[in-house]
Design a protein around this ligand. Structure first.
Ligand SMILES: N[C@@H](CCC(=O)N[C@@H](CS)C(=O)NCC(=O)O)C(=O)O
Length: 227
């Protein structure tokens, strides 16, 4: 068992969406942490790849545990420090939370990244308007599932925030901030407004990321070293 007062170490640049999931979870749980810049324009050193051989961020350390894969990190933090809050106690609710977390990375993420890569991460010459359009259509279609769920409850598992909300909630900041075509989805929009009122979401997720690759790199430097 980890010492309840131990500091959790996080490796990853502050503007990485996958790092932001972990940081937001730590904020909601009120855990003490130390974050080190890694990846993006900060580079990845050889020592880091001994912790995470995939050479991507985030990686966390809690006592003797070293862990990567952002959604696995969020699940671990929720189970270890948020039983009954971020981690639903009921096995069926926990399974549904897993479902939404996997849906974010394996299903919704596919369309989202088509937009994000082409709008933000690729230079104008390499960016594809067709891919942006395709991503807009895919995400619009998939968000209908979220709309139906959120017409019934304030959050994905009942009326309080859980680990289910963290991956998709992190992605929604970028989805709602990018200059793209979005369908009118009142329940999703209201859910997003609820997230934006949370101090930990404001601190860790609502970070300007720029409108293109040049602005992105400026923001990355601006965030260097901030916790
Ligand atoms: N499945 C991994 C994906 C991690 C990932 O791709 N992270 C990106 C940042 S969001 C990364 O490290 N990219 C390389 C870089 O930023 O240099 C996870 O969820 O943790």
């Amino acid at each position: 068992m980890s010492d309840n007062a131990s500091k959790i170490t996080v490796w990853g640049r502050r503007n990485s969406m996958n790092v932001q999931k972990v940081m937001w979870a730590l904020g909601e749980l009120g855990r003490d942490y130390q974050r080190h810049d890694m990846a993006g324009s900060f580079g990845i050193d050889a020592q880091y790849t001994t912790k995470n051989p995939n050479a991507v961020v985030p990686t966390i350390e809690d006592g003797e545990l070293t862990l990567y894969e952002s959604n696995a990190c969020v699940r671990y933090l929720a189970r270890q420090y948020g039983a009954g809050s971020l981690c639903p106690l009921d096995a069926k609710d926990a399974a549904l939370a897993d479902q939404w977390m996997d849906w974010q990375c394996s299903t919704f993420g596919t369309g989202f990244f088509m937009i994000f890569m082409n709008k933000i991460r690729l230079t104008a010459e390499k960016s594809s308007p067709e891919q942006i359009k395709k991503g807009e259509q895919q995400t619009a279609h998939l968000l209908q599932q979220l709309e139906s769920k959120l017409e019934q409850t304030d959050y994905l598992i009942g009326n309080t925030l859980s680990m289910a909300d963290i991956p998709i909630g992190t992605m929604l900041y970028r989805y709602f901030t990018m200059e793209i075509e979005r369908p009118p989805l009142p329940a999703v929009a209201a859910y997003y407004q609820r997230l934006t009122a949370r101090p930990s979401y404001q601190k860790h997720v609502m970070i300007p990321f720029g409108r293109n690759v040049d602005e992105w790199l400026i923001e990355e430097k601006r965030n260097a070293g901030l916790q």
